[in-house]
Design a protein around this ligand. Structure first.
Ligand SMILES: Nc1ncnc2c1ncn2[C@@H]1O[C@H](COP(=O)(O)OP(=O)(O)OP(=O)(O)O)[C@@H](O)[C@H]1O
Ligand SMILES: [Mg+2]
Length: 241
């Protein structure tokens, strides 16, 4: 279990995270949605150690991990993808994915190369393995970033928005991939996103963030029929569904 208690993070006067209390259980899939600026990426940054919270505690495996730097949290099994992925542009796809193995949480398991190959196959990146990252499109960069995170064998994987700009069929493929990863990799996936069609396909509980804290948790149907959330975030197109 990964547990947040009273997490606050301010940027100047702005409370990006405002007394967040949340629990993430093992082997679950959960989506986080909410308006731009609600604090979703800041939440991931604080949990993974990219940003230091101003106050509050983060407990994982019965220990407070607030003091640990990001690379040690990754080695304990907490990893993430980036909203705007920035792979090393002169390194190839396979070289970028290998970097994740430096932060591996898996002490025995397969050799690094076997694991990298396995992840490349899983993400259908094999044909791109030797391509420099700078030649990839955004979607491919997102997959490389996911590959980098997966080879570290995370127990908690925070995914910051992957579905933007995808066609309907691609959304289905991506949601199946995310669901498959959660089931087959023994990982809890926390998917942050705006694309409601994708969130629907994930068929998982949803937490709604607003102004720095979770304001509602429920199923897709509960979220999309809640008048306050329609007003705040979803818009009137959800009002009748
Ligand atoms: N490094 C920073 N310095 C100053 N303000 C920041 C910084 N990072 C985020 N913020 C502010 O904190 C608030 C929360 O930002 P955050 O990126 O966490 O939102 P978000 O929910 O991920 O939004 P989006 O859906 O657009 O990705 C916003 O008002 C943002 O402008
Ligand atoms: Mg964000």
């Amino acid at each position: 279990m990964l547990e947040l208690r009273g997490i606050r993070k301010n940027f100047g006067k702005l409370a990006a995270l405002n007394d967040v209390n949340l629990e993430f259980k093992e082997n679950e899939l959960i989506a986080i949605i909410g308006p731009n600026g609600a604090g979703k990426t800041t939440l991931i940054n604080v949990i993974t150690g990219v940003l230091k919270e101003d106050s509050g505690t983060i407990r994982y495996l019965h220990k407070e991990i607030n003091v640990l730097p990001a690379y040690l949290r990754a080695r304990l099994g907490i990893n993430r993808t980036f909203q705007i992925p920035k792979p090393f542009s002169n390194l190839t796809v396979i070289e970028n994915v290998r970097i994740g193995a430096l932060f591996s949480n898996d002490k025995k398991g397969q050799t690094m190369e076997e694991e990298v190959e396995r992840v490349l196959s899983l993400l259908r990146l094999k044909s791109l393995a030797d391509k420099p990252a700078k030649e990839l499109n955004t979607e491919q960069k997102k997959l490389v970033d996911l590959g980098r995170a997966l080879v570290s064998r995370p127990k908690f994987l925070f995914m910051d928005e992957m579905g933007a700009g995808l066609a309907e069929e691609e959304i289905l493929t991506l949601s199946n991939l995310i669901r498959g990863i959660q089931k087959d990799e023994g990982v809890s996936v926390v998917y942050v996103g705006h694309v409601m069609k994708l969130v629907k396909q994930l068929q998982c509980p949803i937490a709604v963030f607003s102004e720095g804290s979770p304001i509602f948790q429920g199923s897709y149907d509960e979220v999309t029929s809640n008048p306050a959330i329609i007003k705040l975030y979803l818009g009137e197109r959800y009002a009748q569904s």
